[in-house]
Design a protein around this ligand. Structure first.
Ligand code: DGJ
Length: 554
């Protein structure tokens, strides 16, 4: 009897350790992707630290972890600076790496390390001084006038070798130090891109530009010719052999394709080498292109929407290409990265009042792996930034959002309904809406009903609906069973229509107001004025709530 019990316990312990040994990975799940950690789906309620915040252990200890915890963040995106990691060639200092891992662990947080290696926002400012000073051994890119840039050339094997050595040494250290998988993912470099021209004009680069386009790229183009982005379709001549200009032309956009390929091949080498040491998921992030600027005027050749095909062809060892969103129409950008061949993650977003709603939308509509505002150890900006091309009253916006620190509230909601989000991931049972002054309403088909979602301001019932400038609001809607739904978020009113041919209408049977403390208990049954005498389901503007409701048709 006793022996049997010991045996069972042993098997149990072994099973647990096998599960624990499972490395984080990105897996396909239905029509989406999931990040799994210790074998279980993990939603990254993430936040990226400001660039200098991880440069001393003291700053990390005193200015970071508590702030992140208070924002309900469960994953910190933290830079690793090459110059501080390898101040002298082959002499590594892991103090900061270890301090991040222990600090995060203590605060029950996961870490995504950002490798600020050869490039950070195009520049090579994080290269150690022994690299920076030796331009002979570690060549730079040059502009059209032959002026050297503080940008390491992607065409140098010495640059790649040194960067790769530092990166693989880092990965090997993480592997041995981080036995409990605090580190769950790695970003390779940061916002890789070329400035001030569309390509490097050094002698070496020009030689490569004049050489034959690799068959890996032409083969990819041939195989994906029906799904290529319009930009690549437009620039590719359709030829499968020849030089870069023979295949893609010779304006700055042609050169940008060449740059994208060169950077992507380099980044893939780094990722592949890192994963061969310790197989964590890896991604690259992208500085987006401002409208009406040409490549080189904007950082060129990164994994931009119009160059995703080139990056996918060159970088099979990089699992995700992800946009950093600081301007423009959120949905316009996200739609480009929400592709069947690309797990969805927003690694940087301006830490403003719209971030909370966009985080919900990322999880609910794109079934994303996570969302991460930038500089989260600082105070969240309390205004909605202007949308390009639209005149808004910035002062009124600031006023309106003076109490609007949305990330902690949004992340709390995600934490409360995590089980439901995970269960609906990759299915058509989960959707979300993102509403503001420009997009005031949306219609979804879900669970056999048509759901019309309107910004709460359209009711005109709250004082804020009388002011100019609307908050950016979002709800996630999940169909949990037949006629049963969960809605969670802020500032949206739902009405319903039947989709069944022999019925004319849809009605509400019951609405439960659920506690947002994670207990799941029912606080109230919402009726009368709260559901407009049976007409709608509503979460008021400025409040963050969770409601369960059931519908019927008649
Ligand atoms: C995007 C970069 O990736 C970040 O490191 C930071 O520089 C922000 N831009 C802007 O502060």
């Amino acid at each position: 009897m006793r022996v049997t019990r010991v045996f069972v316990l042993l098997i149990f312990a072994l099973t647990i350790s096998v599960v624990n040994a499972q490395l984080p990975e990105i897996v396909r799940n239905g029509n989406a992707y999931q990040l799994t950690v210790n074998g279980k789906p993990f939603l990254m309620r993430a936040g990226e630290l400001g660039n200098s915040a991880a440069s001393t252990a003291e700053w990390l200890r005193t200015k970071v972890w508590k702030q992140l915890q208070e924002a309900n963040i469960n994953t910190a995106l933290v830079p690793i600076y090459w110059d501080l990691l390898e101040p002298e060639e082959n002499k590594f200092d892991f103090t900061l790496v270890d301090s991040v891992i222990t600090g995060a662990r203590k605060h029950n947080m996961k870490v995504v390390f950002l490798w600020f290696g050869a490039w950070k926002n195009s520049m090579s400012c994080y290269a150690p001084s022994w690299v920076k000073r030796n331009t002979q051994r570690f060549p730079r890119t040059e502009d059209k006038n032959g002026r050297k840039q503080e940008i390491l050339s992607p065409y140098s094997s010495e640059n790649l070798k040194a960067d790769k050595k530092a990166f693989t040494t880092l990965m090997s250290h993480i592997k041995s130090y981080d036995k409990s998988q605090t580190v769950i993912m790695i970003q390779v470099e940061n916002e890789i891109a070329m400035l001030p021209d569309a390509r490097d004009y050094s002698k070496t680069a020009t030689q490569v530009w004049k050489s034959t386009v690799p068959t890996t790229l032409t083969e990819y183009l041939r195989q994906h010719c029906n799904t290529l982005t319009p930009h690549v379709k437009q620039y590719w001549s359709g030829k499968v052999s020849g030089t870069w200009s023979e295949l893609f032309g010779d304006d700055e956009y042609s050169e940008e394709i060449f740059t994208a390929w060169s950077f992507a091949v380099y980044a893939n080498e780094i990722a592949k080498a890192g994963r061969s040491v310790y197989k964590l998921p890896m991604y690259v992030n992208c500085a987006l292109n401002r409208p009406n600027r040409k490549p080189g005027e904007y950082p060129a050749g990164g994994p931009l929407p119009h160059l995703i095909d080139i990056w996918k062809a060159a970088a099979p060892d990089i699992q995700m290409l992800s946009p950093d969103i600081y301007f423009g129409d959120f949905k316009k950008w996200t739609e480009s990265y929400h592709r069947d061949d690309n797990p969805f993650f927003i690694p940087e977003h301006q830490y403003d009042a719209t971030a909370g709603a966009k985080a919900l939308y990322t999880f609910g509509e794109y079934h994303g792996l996570g969302f991460s505002p930038f500089a989260v150890e600082t105070k969240q900006a309390n205004f909605t930034p202007p949308v390009l091309g639209v005149t808004i009253d910035v002062e009124a916006e600031k006023q309106k959002h003076s109490k609007s620190v949305t990330i902690p509230s949004a992340y709390n909601i995600v934490r409360c309904i995590e089980k439901e989000i995970v269960a609906a991931n990759g299915t058509n049972r989960m959707r979300a809406v993102l509403l503001d002054s420009l997009h005031q309403a949306d219609t979804l088909a879900i669970g056999g009903y048509q759901i019309i979602a309107r910004h709460d301001n359209l009711l005109g019932w709250t004082p804020q609906s009388k002011q100019s400038g609307w908050s950016t609001n979002s709800v996630i809607i999940i169909c949990t069973d037949k006629d049963q739904f969960l809605v969670a978020g802020t500032g949206v009113v739902l009405t319903f229509k039947t989709m069944t041919p022999d019925k004319t209408s849809a009605g509400i049977l019951r609405i439960e107001d659920i506690a947002t403390d994670g207990s799941g208990r029912v606080l109230r049954i919402l009726n009368g004025d709260e559901n407009h005498q049976g007409r709608h389901v509503r979460i008021t503007d400025g409040e963050w709530g969770i409601q369960r409701f059931s519908l019927y048709e008649y």
